[in-house]
Design a binder for this molecule. Structure first.
Ligand code: PMP
Length: 384
């Protein structure tokens, strides 16, 4: 038998993701799984029927590389309605196989060997591997417990002649922190006259609470001119398994994005795109989400009120952070494992979202769940 070939791993020191570990442990111990970020309730029946209808109608072959035009028109309409921004659906929007693919494609389209990319942590776990696979060098800015806000002067010192891109994420997974207008204005002045692309992960654009509104890069013309903004239908329409999203950016950046996109996925699921185009005709399908998820956040907080866990304010996303500093001194990974195996609720330790594995004794719980699940989880957490 031939011996194994030898190769240099392109992603050295990349362990199995924490999501796989915690979900595995949750299944093994029949714990309530609040670790991974997905709803445990159904997507709209109307939307499912539209997908079926489109399949039966014969919408089953390759879609256009840029995405279904009707869907891009609906997205442009939505952007006008929410952000008062005119976007050309032909040249400034591309439909992707979810936000992760969009992020990967955007990074591969622009980041070259030796380029630096500024990443704000705690961060979604796909950014850094994607940067490294392109030969880029992540430059990390750490947000700090308990406020998780940005000191823009400090962040500005991270830019160098090699900086090619900065990635932002508002609302932030996992911190639940949102950028305010002043943050966008600071960012705008830092990026002024810099040759740096802004990759803006806005997948939780609709999940924002307490009367605040989402500060999209689309609202700031000079930022938009250097941005690719990323969105996910999975988060908005409760169907993370469908893996459809889109990117918005100025024509000259979108042309480069599409050069990579066409050789990466080429095009995206045809019947679902067609169904989404019809479904989005009714803005109520996405405008009601703030109240829907704010009620879930508040319900979860109410259910955990008598626990010794300390909630950290959640301004957006469907994640609630808790500090367990009043309960244990163990590492967040050990404590998250103990909560799963002995108490019966799975969460994610926040150290997993930091390259430095910074451990502030904080856990992330997903509240995109039915009231019944949140009530059961609350009863278990109250035993702590
Ligand atoms: N960005 C962030 C911040 C996320 O939390 C997620 C999903 N957890 C994604 C991107 C990926 O979205 P999608 O499932 O559409 O790939």
């Amino acid at each position: 038998m031939d011996s194994n070939i030898s190769f240099q791993s392109k992603l050295l020191n990349t362990p199995i993701s924490i999501f796989t570990i915690m979900s595995g442990l949750a299944n093994e111990h029949k714990a309530i799984n609040l670790s991974q970020g997905f709803p445990n309730f159904e997507t709209s029946r109307k939307l499912m029927d539209l997908v079926t209808e489109n399949m039966i109608l014969g919408n089953n072959q390759y879609a256009a590389m840029q995405g279904n035009l009707d869907l891009r028109l609906q997205i442009a309409k939505k952007i006008k309605l929410i952000y008062q921004k005119d976007i050309d659906p032909i040249s400034e929007i591309t439909i992707t196989a979810g936000a992760t693919q969009a992020l990967f494609t955007a990074i591969s389209a622009f980041v070259e060997n030796g380029d630096e990319v500024i990443v704000i942590e705690p961060a979604y776990d796909s950014y850094i591997p994607a940067i490294k696979l392109c030969g880029g060098v992540p430059v990390i800015y750490e947000l700090e417990y308990p406020d998780y806000s940005i000191d823009w002067e400090k962040l500005a010192t991270l830019f160098s002649a090699k900086t090619k891109m900065i990635i932002i994420n508002t609302p932030n997974n996992p911190a639940g922190k949102i950028f305010k207008k002043s943050d966008l204005i600071s960012l705008q002045s830092i990026l002024e006259n810099k040759n740096v692309i802004l990759l803006s992960d806005e997948v939780y654009e609709h999940l924002i609470y307490d009367g605040e509104s989402h500060e999209s890069v689309l609202k700031y013309p000079s930022l938009y001119q250097k941005s690719i903004a990323v969105y996910s239908f999975g988060k908005t329409f409760h169907n993370t398994g469908w893996k459809i999203g889109y990117v918005v950016g100025p024509d000259y950046l979108m042309q480069e994005f599409r050069k990579v996109h066409q050789f990466n996925v080429f095009s995206v699921n045809t019947p679902i795109q067609a169904a989404l185009a019809t479904f989005m005709n009714d803005p109520n399908e996405f405008m009601g989400l703030q109240n829907f998820y704010q009620a879930k956040r508040d319900y979860f907080l109410e259910q955990t009120k008598s626990s010794r866990l300390e909630p950290i304010p959640c301004e957006g996303t469907y994640f609630q952070l808790f500090s367990y500093k009043n309960v244990s001194n163990n590492s967040d990974l050990d404590f998250a494992k103990y909560l799963t195996t002995d108490i019966g609720v799975a969460s994610i330790p926040i150290s997993a979202f930091y390259t430095s594995k910074r451990d502030d004794h904080v856990l992330r719980f997903c509240f995109a769940k039915t009231e019944e699940t949140l009530e059961k989880a609350g009863a278990l957490l109250n035993k702590l």
